[in-house]
Design a protein around this ligand. Structure first.
Ligand code: CP3
Length: 342
């Protein structure tokens, strides 16, 4: 096995960690903005295999990252299940809402998503042929809780209030939605793997707003179900879990769910994560995205400190969350150079 990312995921401690970046294909890159303009809008780009392949490859060509992440979005699955979805420029996603049992009646079943998602599988197939030999292809999906927060509220929300209200006020509808998302995510990721994804990542961006028992039931349990089934169907395919802002909830999460790697945001320190998480699994993270905007000596110092903190175990270098549109592409090059010479 020569690919660095796969070696780290298999538990190997490497002299230089492999590196990639959340949202590495994105608006901070002029070539991304040009291809997106050609596609017309964001969703047309996601469903155009030729152009989605192109934007996935752009950061690989420019920087030589160790991994490419499929260009798509976590909200394509709800759309495949029957939700309306559109993006308001400068604001973000909008969806039809699920406020009670009626909302669930309009949803399709877990096995009825593949026609809609066929262009995504086509993108994965093309990428697995076109990527350089040393680059690992990562597929992904949103975790059920995070996807549910958008399907319930119809948009992003600062505190996931509507989703918590449905969870508490109509546990039956909420439970049915989590169940449908769990089973359809298994089918969706399985198809990505069959099309050529070598690793899959589960994004639970809003896991941090689930506490105590709710975290166990709606972040940890669904991740465990998804990972257990994927491992049964596709032995050897590594999974990265990202229960963002889980705090203490990160501890034991990889062991309990079967994840091979735990991605961490930058609300936890690298030395803390090295001590409490790295004994259980590979850790991915966790430079604050703002360094991609501000650059300079702070970027260099913080990057070195993170590499140093994780040196004793398997580590994948990444940001703590996605790179933002106002980032300077030069700072990305500086981060990579710093990691590879540290
Ligand atoms: O990381 C990558 O480069 C792969 C592609 C990817 C995108 N979204 C492309 C995208 C991935 C892995 C995602 C995941 C995603 N999408 C998450 C989980 C990770 C996270 O960021 O917390 C979430 C919550 C979404 C939903 C979503 N998509 C929102 C809230 C937004 C609007 C905010 C924004 O950044 O504009 C998007 C749009 C989106 N998804 C963009 C990209 C490149 C920007 C769209 C554009 O070009 O205008």
């Amino acid at each position: 096995m020569t690919k660095l990312l796969l070696r780290a995921l298999a538990g190997e401690t490497l002299p230089t960690p492999p590196i990639w970046m959340m949202r590495q294909a994105g608006r901070y890159l002029p070539e991304y903005r040009a291809t997106r303009a050609k596609a017309g809008d964001f969703l047309s780009l996601c469903y155009n295999p030729e152009l989605a392949t192109e934007v996935t490859l752009q950061p690989i060509r420019r920087y030589g990252f160790d991994a490419a992440i499929l260009f798509a979005d976590i909200l394509l699955l709800p759309q495949a299940l029957g939700a309306d979805l559109w993006f308001v420029t400068g604001e973000g996603p909008r969806l039809s809402t699920i406020t009670g049992p009626d909302g669930m009646r309009g949803m399709k079943g877990k096995d009825d998503i593949h026609d809609h998602l066929a262009p995504v599988y086509e993108t994965v197939r093309t990428l697995s042929q076109e990527l350089p030999d040393e680059t690992t292809l990562i597929g992904f999906a949103g975790a059920p809780w995070t996807v549910a927060t958008y399907m319930i509220a119809g948009r992003g929300t600062p505190d996931q209030g509507p989703a918590h209200a449905l969870r508490e006020g109509d546990p039956e509808t909420f439970g049915a939605l989590i169940d449908l998302l769990t089973t359809s995510t298994i089918e969706y990721l399985s198809m990505q793997i069959e099309a050529g994804a070598e690793v899959v990542k589960l994004f639970d961006s809003w896991a941090g707003s689930l506490k105590g028992d709710a975290f166990q039931r709606f972040a940890l349990e669904p991740a465990k179900r998804i990972i257990t089934e994927l491992k049964a169907r596709h032995p050897g395919i590594p999974v990265i879990a990202f229960p963002r802002e889980a705090g203490d909830g990160y501890v034991g999460f990889a062991k309990a769910t079967g994840a091979d790697c735990l991605a961490v945001d930058n609300s936890v320190s690298a030395p803390w994560a090295a001590e409490h998480l790295q004994p259980d699994s590979c850790v991915q993270g966790n430079l604050a995205s703002r360094h991609m905007v501000t650059g300079g000596q702070d970027l260099i110092d913080e990057t070195r400190a993170i590499v140093e903190a994780f040196r004793g175990g398997p580590h994948i270098f990444n940001l703590g969350h996605g790179i933002t549109p106002d980032a300077d592409p030069e700072n990305v090059a500086l981060m990579i150079e710093t990691v590879r010479s540290a």
